[in-house]
Write a protein that binds this ligand. Sequence first.
Ligand SMILES: [Zn+2]
Ligand SMILES: [Zn+2]
Length: 311
Amino acid sequence: MRRIYLLPLTTLALGLVAWSAALEAEQPEIPPIEVHQLSDTLHMLGSGMSTGGNIAMLVAESGVVLVDTKNEGYGPTILELVQEITDKPVVMIINTHVHFDHSGANTEFPDTVHYVAHENIRRHWARTDCAPIPTNCDDFQGENRKYLPQTTFSDRMSLFAGTPDQIDLYYFGRGHTDGDTFVVFKEARAMHVGDMFLGRTLPFIDGQNGNGGSAIEFGRTLTKVIDNVPDVDIIINGHWDTPMEWSDLVSYRGFYVDLYNQTRASIDAGLTAEEAIATYEKPARYAEFTANKCCGNFTVDPIVNYIFQGI
Ligand SMILES: [Zn+2]
Ligand SMILES: [Zn+2]
């Protein structure tokens, strides 16, 4: 008797396992987002390496303000996380720059959200010819033009000024793109720096896609940030999994400017770009940063080549 009943049950169990495995295959899981609390009202929605850029989330008096929205498809997940933290609705989205891994879910929020971005970001997104990539202007065509930023700024702007929710936006010039915005949460003494400091690696300079990145200006822009932005302790990087500190930003500026200066010296010495890359040596004091010579993004190679080309 026992055997007769066991066999069909085993078959049924195996069938269920196969069926649920098939369902999982149909709906690929998106990597989860890790939440870091930085103050009473400020959170970082992280996992920026696998999910798109890190988000800063402020629970303001009037509602939730988000800085960046990760890759396309993360809108519902972000809203779920917001609802676990507060009952307040998302009322404002600010973007650090034009790229799809920081604005991919912008159009997945209710259109009651108010969008704020640098004027150059809006200009790129408002283009009707979206080539070449990698901007995110595809997302803002046709019906979705309603998601283009309603508020833009050129150099500096304060939101919720004079309240505990004050957010200061700064633009200091070209770097990763031509719209890199530094977003300071005054009370929390925290700043989202986007991909101007994405982590402990060399930056990607978007110098070839019409997005205005500049390897020559990158270090100067970071220096303007360090010289002009007061009272910041916590740094939210574009893609690093944990928050960093102001001193990390200062060190990173030194690391980049040293590469720039070494390249400039190679140009003055009459070397080729290839020779300049071969000659580059990372100083021991920047051991915490990765500086592979080649190839592709986040390496010495494209940065030196851009400097040689005057980009
Ligand atoms: Zn990014
Ligand atoms: Zn970027």
